[in-house]
Design a protein around this ligand. Structure first.
Ligand code: FRU
Length: 494
């Protein structure tokens, strides 16, 4: 039975979607059908297609009472919208359907797990959001909430932990057919922890352990955990709030964290070995992964940052986009990311330049566009002194550009969208320490109208940023202080 609230949302999005032209959206990054989008939710493979749900407020391009939007795709790049899947319409979730995940039941139905939010009156005009975990079951289009929701509440969290910060369940089916999930929570120390739960049938959940404790190391509350096996290790992804910067690894505000280690499933304990950022750019948060049928682990993140949402005016018909789907792997104790291989099928009209000497500003014939995949190798010219700085500018016209610049002596790569047309005093730059051998650097730069994603050194690092520069600004140019030689392979994307 669909509620009035859900019916209204479905009706509204169907009409409003028509008011947004195809050219007003990215081509292969998912945006909300209409209105606002944040975190990816329920990223899964079900009945032969990838499903991606998302935090959704259809009625305005700003955050509001959360729904789950829904889209499906067979290649992770061309998405088809399905009707809004969940609306805040029950006594236990009427203030929001927060982030969550999807799995499959033995009878073939799809199982969703999400955080239900309910405002509780404290004193005077103060309300706080109580968060519980809830289930819904469906056929890939319509979902019915479980009659015994919520399935996890304050009785299921460790003593002293917060029932106001208890959210974003990510569940998976274990090899034996039972289920497990991780949930973000705030312990008594005020920082973050990840709780592990188990369930035989996907409906009755039991607390297993505190999988990882933040102890105030990486920000405060940990949001949107994901936990999976990858190349013989276990990886915990989470998005900490209120981070302090740490060298060039972690930046202020909302960030992304990857912990790599060993998992003892029997005891529910995780032994951390390595930590790193997931994305070193400006806009990337709350990533979620799916296990593809062929075994690949694929991640999508919200290509936005809470502190920088003001970059786009709420007058625009949509806000928020997903990142490219990225294949994950581990190499030398690090998380590597590369665009999903399905992406290569979109490349058209290859243009190639080898060993072009760049000194000052250089433009190359045919190298321009806002839907571009460009591989770029930079190196010092043989026998010459190391260049001081190399830069590539894109989304460029006489007024605007966004740039990537690299200083080989410092090994620092910087993304800068100060001149992208933003009228807000928010973060527009971010720097990352990258690996370079004698001034050589490999970049793969992907543009899709409103964003740039840079895969550094074959995916050793990624930097993502949204940019809302007018589309006429489609120039690309290269610059070197000193002389740098570049190889360029550029494709249009279709
Ligand atoms: C992360 C987050 C989640 C929450 C959702 C609400 O971006 O704050 O923790 O479930 O957004 O929209």
């Amino acid at each position: 039975m669909t509620s009035q609230t859900l019916r209204e949302a479905r009706k509204y999005e169907e009409t409003s979607e028509k008011l947004i032209g195809k050219e007003e959206r990215p081509d292969f990054h998912l945006t909300p059908r209409t209105g606002w989008m944040n975190d990816p939710n329920g990223f899964s493979y079900y009945k032969g297609r990838y499903h991606l749900f998302y935090q959704y407020y259809p009625y305005e391009s700003k955050w509001g009472p959360m729904h789950w939007g829904h889209a499906v795709s067979s290649d992770l790049l061309h998405w088809e919208y399905l009707p809004c899947a969940l609306a805040p319409d029950e006594a236990y979730d009427r203030d929001g359907i927060f982030s969550g995940s999807a799995a499959v039941l033995p009878d073939g139905r799809q199982l969703l797990m999400y955080t239900g939010v309910l405002k509780e009156h404290q004193e005077r005009d103060i309300y706080r959001e109580v968060q519980t975990q809830c289930m819904a079951v469906g056929d890939g289009i319509d979902y019915e909430k479980y009659e015994q929701n919520p399935v996890l509440d304050q009785r299921d969290i460790p003593e002293g932990s917060s029932r106001f910060d208890f959210r974003d369940p990510k569940m998976w089916m274990k090899a034996d057919g039972t289920y497990a999930c991780v949930v973000g929570n705030r312990p008594a120390d005020g920082s973050g922890q990840i709780l592990l739960y188990e369930s035989a049938d996907g409906f009755q959940w039991k607390f297993k352990s505190i999988l990882v404790s933040n102890h105030d190391r990486f920000g405060k509350m940990w949001e949107c955990p994901d936990f999976f096996e990858l190349d013989g290790k276990w990886v915990l992804l989470t998005s900490p709030q209120d981070m302090l910067p740490e060298g060039f690894e972690y930046h202020n505000g909302n960030g992304t964290l990857c912990l790599i280690g060993d998992y003892d499933e029997e005891n529910g304990s995780f032994k951390e070995m390595q930590n790193q950022s997931v994305d070193y750019g400006i806009d990337f948060y709350a990533p979620q992964t799916v296990a593809a049928p062929d075994g690949r682990r694929i991640m999508i993140g919200w290509m936005q940052n809470w502190d920088a949402c003001g970059i786009r005016s709420p007058e625009e018909p949509w806000f928020g986009q997903m990142s490219l789907p990225r294949e994950l792997s581990l190499k030398d104790g690090r998380l590597y990311q590369r665009p999903v291989r399905e992406f290569d099928a979109m490349r058209r009209n290859k243009i190639e330049y080898a060993d072009v000497a760049v000194s000052g500003v250089v433009k190359l014939d045919g190298i321009k566009g806002r839907k571009v995949d460009m591989e770029l190798t930079v190196r010092p010219e043989g026998g010459q002194e190391l260049y001081q700085k190399f830069a590539v500018r894109f989304a460029q016209d006489d007024t605007y550009y966004t740039s990537l610049s690299f200083r080989p002596r410092e090994s620092i790569l910087k993304v800068d969208r100060k001149f992208s047309g933003s009228r807000r005093a928010i973060i527009h730059q971010r720097r990352s320490l990258v690996n370079t051998a004698d001034g050589e650097l490999k970049l793969r730069i992907i543009l899709d109208r409103f964003s740039v994603e840079v895969f550094v050194n074959d995916g050793e690092q990624v930097m993502s940023a949204a940019m809302y520069t007018r589309q006429e600004a489609d120039g690309i140019s290269f610059f070197a202080d000193g002389t740098a030689n570049i190889d360029v392979v550029k494709y249009e994307l279709e």
